[in-house]
Every structure is written in structure tokens, then in C-alpha cells.
Design a protein around this ligand. Structure first.
Ligand code: IMP
Length: 208
């Protein structure tokens, strides 16, 4: 049986204030106090895994070991079937601007365009099926862990549409809809997203 969190403090292994806020809002009603790895000054490990599970565990374990508290990490990305699952764990990296391309930072239009370019190289008939994945990993300081996976299947569309959301939302049309994640009302996206599915599994097992 999977170990349960109970009430107490949980380190959210992220330095991203937005993610901390979103995750805290989901867990605090269950009596969990969420602290961020950033506010505790915990190190950010290199994401050297080749799967979402490996990277989520690397982050959760690093925070659990450094803090002595239970830690939660997430890893997510877009996997395109015709590209053998790419960009996958490199979804954020594909948006990284190189120094010679101007200001450092992330360019999501460039990243989405790279996927489109690779699909076009495959020819007009290449399937455009893809899925967003999200893995949540819980790690206890003694090495025990639990993993929860969520997936949102859909189609990669071009050109990008919509102004809501973030990242690759403007090119992702979830199965059963015609709008992209960036055109859908955020509440509708959150009801069907890969992240929502992973959180439902975590909450069911940990607090159900
Ligand atoms: P990480 O999980 O922080 O390593 O980043 C994964 C990357 O996947 C993000 O930077 C986004 O570009 C992309 N991604 C993950 N979830 C979503 C989503 O719900 N919408 C759009 N892009 C997403």
C-alpha cells in the first residue's frame, strides 16, 4: 500500500511562484501546508532523466533529501506521435533561445514552429496526434516514493490559435474539442488537462 501524506508540511520542488500557488490551492484544503523549494533555498537539480517519471523523481528526491521533509515535484511536456514522442522531456528546452538569437529567454512560437517544421518534413500525411503528459512524484526523505501520471490526448494544429494559457497551448486541440487549449476557458482546460488527471489520482490515493 502506498504511504500517505497525512497532515503536515510538504515541500513543493519548484522555484516557480505560479506553480507553487496552483499546487498549494489544490492541496491545502486537505490540511497540507505547502512550502516552496525556492523559499527554503533548496538546490535546483539538473533534469538529466529521459522520461517524465525520472525527471519528476530527480526533483522530488533532491528536495526531500535537502529538507528532510516530504517533497512533491511535477514534470510535464508534449509528446508528438509522428516525432517518436518528441519534444517530450525537452518540451521547455525547445523554446530556449540561443545567445546568438537575441535576448536569452523562452520563445514558445519558435518551439511550436520547430514541431510544425518537423511534421511538414514528414509529409502532408503524417499523423498529428500528440498528448500532453504530467507526472507528479512524491518523495519521502527515507527514499520511499509514489508517482501519479496524467495524459491529455489531442492533435497538433497549425497555425497557433488563442491567447490564454501558456507554453504549447495554442497548438493543442484536445480530443473531442475544436478549440485549442489557448482558446478554451481556463476552467474548461483545467477540468480535462493532463495535470488535472495526475492531481485527481494523487488526491484520490493520498486523501481519499
Ligand atoms: P516543466 O514541466 O516545467 O519541465 O516544463 C514542461 C513544459 O511543457 C512547459 O514549459 C510547457 O512548455 C509545456 N507544457 C506542460 N504543460 C503544458 C500545458 O498545460 N500547456 C502548454 N504547455 C505545457
Amino acid at each position: 500500500m502506498t504511504r500517505r501524506l497525512g497532515s503536515g508540511s510538504l515541500v513543493i520542488a519548484t522555484h516557480n511562484a505560479g506553480k507553487l500557488k496552483e499546487i498549494s490551492a489544490l492541496l491545502e484544503p486537505h490540511g497540507v501546508k505547502c512550502l516552496s523549494a525556492g523559499s527554503l533555498g533548496l538546490p535546483e537539480p539538473a533534469e538529466t532523466g529521459t522520461t517524465f517519471v525520472q525527471n519528476a523523481l530527480i526533483k522530488a528526491r533532491a528536495s526531500a533529501e535537502a529538507s528532510g521533509l516530504v517533497a512533491l515535484a511535477d514534470d510535464s511536456g508534449l509528446a508528438v506521435d509522428a516525432l517518436d514522442g518528441r519534444p517530450g522531456v525537452y518540451t521547455a528546452d525547445w523554446a530556449e533561445r540561443q545567445w546568438f538569437e537575441g535576448e536569452p529567454g523562452r520563445d514558445w512560437y519558435m518551439a511550436m514552429g520547430k514541431v510544425e517544421g518537423m511534421l511538414q518534413e514528414k509529409g502532408g500525411g503524417a499523423p498529428r496526434s500528440c498528448a500532453f503528459h504530467c507526472v507528479l512524484a512524491l518523495a519521502w526523505p527515507d527514499g520511499e516514493y509514489a508517482v501519479y501520471e496524467g495524459k491529455a490526448p489531442g492533435t497538433f494544429t497549425w497555425p497557433p490559435r488563442g491567447t490564454m494559457g501558456f507554453g504549447y497551448d495554442p497548438v493543442f486541440v484536445p480530443v473531442g474539442r475544436e478549440q485549442t487549449f489557448a482558446e478554451l476557458d481556463p476552467a474548461e482546460k483545467h477540468a480535462i488537462s493532463h495535470r488535472a488527471e495526475a492531481f485527481k489520482k494523487l488526491v484520490a490515493e493520498q486523501f481519499g
